[in-house]
Design a protein around this ligand. Structure first.
Ligand code: AHG
Ligand code: MN
Ligand code: MN
Length: 342
């Protein structure tokens, strides 16, 4: 069958070639001499899941899927229906992928091995299926965050240790931001690239090549209402930001706050508090993948004393204080933590 595509004249005059996510993944794979195509295939499957979740998020106000599912996740937070849906969609795409031998999700109590009858898959995927879930009902940006590791067990079902790897061991990480447009930003440790979903053709198109975090910035992003519960070093840093005349932006979806920080510079942080000394954000599902992106883009990510990516996880749902963004701002913060919280 011959399919004719009638091309609008302006498309024929295109000055710039459009690079789709799939094409970009394949091109990047060519730079890795021993790549087998399995990671590329896995990333493409995550891209597909992202499009499906994006479709559901966009129609959330139209059909009865928004709102609470009347359950709590294993970390004790309210779970919205869309969280459950995004979680199920990601799991089923990864199950069908054939390249993933197990998943761990913020919405699941434990990891889930995935059995493939025809091959031994190499990778495990950890994700926060819907980040910023308190913003679902109010049409504010939310996201999906993912981290990919090579399994370190040799055969059979994956094990807990396959998931408890340091952030430095990630082979790829990324996020999808469901904002004014849907974007997918990912790294395979060869820089950070951002793609915007063109809904008319259903493709993620390269829109933000080689993202670099500015070395410094003027925006700080923190839930300042918790000021009195923060350790002295974080309080001193907030005072410093105010004295410098920086501006504050806080969306309350980590993925959206970190996205702005990647593009415009600044610092995003969630310190420990008196009632939660390790803060709220999860090392494996949120902090490690976003820290890898920030570092790959030339920024810095710390728990106040050491690199987020160097922390040794001991449990799946572990939380950590986190400070990430423009290198000079994170350095200033670390100096104050050393001075006040030693
Ligand atoms: P999630 O919706 O996946 O549970 O994550 C919410 C997180 C994160 O996105 C955001 O930075 C933070 O919660 C906001 O917390 P506060 O409301 O305590 O500031
Ligand atoms: Mn989250
Ligand atoms: Mn979540």
């Amino acid at each position: 069958m011959i399919i004719f595509y009638i091309c609008p004249a302006k498309d024929l005059n295109m000055q710039h070639k459009i690079i789709s996510l799939d094409e970009h993944i394949i091109q990047s794979q060519r730079n890795l001499p021993y790549a087998t195509g399995e990671l590329s295939s896995l990333l493409r499957d995550i891209g597909l899941a992202a499009k499906i979740v994006s479709r559901e998020v966009n129609k959330a106000g139209l059909v009865d899927i928004a709102g609470k599912a009347e359950t709590e996740n294993s970390s004790g937070d309210d779970v919205q229906k869309l969280d459950v849906l995004a979680n199920d969609l990601l799991i089923s795409c990864l199950r069908n992928s054939g390249e993933c031998c197990g998943i761990a999700s913020e919405e699941e109590d434990s990891y889930k091995p995935i059995k493939n009858s025809y091959k031994q898959a190499k990778y495990v995927v950890l994700f926060d299926p819907l980040d910023g879930s308190s913003n679902i009902d109010v049409n504010v940006s939310i996201g999906t965050i993912f981290a990919i590791y090579r399994r370190n067990s040799f055969q059979g079902d994956c094990t807990l240790d396959d998931f408890l790897q340091k952030g430095t061991d990630q082979v790829a990480a990324g996020y999808v931001l469901y904002g004014s447009s849907t974007m997918l930003v990912y790294t395979t440790k060869q820089g950070v690239n951002g793609f915007t979903l063109d809904p008319s053709i259903g493709e993620f198109c390269l829109s933000h090549p080689n993202i670099q975090v500015p070395k410094t910035g003027k925006v700080y992003s923190v839930n300042q209402a918790n000021y009195n519960k923060y350790p002295k070093g974080s309080q001193a840093y907030i005072n410093h930001c105010m004295e410098q005349g920086y501006t504050m932006r806080y969306i309350g979806s980590m993925v959206a706050d970190v996205h702005r920080t990647l593009i415009k510079g600044g610092i995003f942080f969630y310190p420990g508090t008196t009632n939660k000394p390790n803060g709220k954000l999860r090392l494996l599902y949120e902090c490690n993948p976003l820290a890898l992106l920030v570092e790959e883009a030339g920024g810095k990510a710390s728990n106040g004393q050491e690199r987020i990516l160097e922390l040794s996880p001991t449990e799946l749902h572990q939380r950590t204080p986190v400070f990430m963004g423009s290198e000079e701002m994170v350095n200033d913060l670390e100096r104050l933590v050393k001075e006040f919280d030693a």
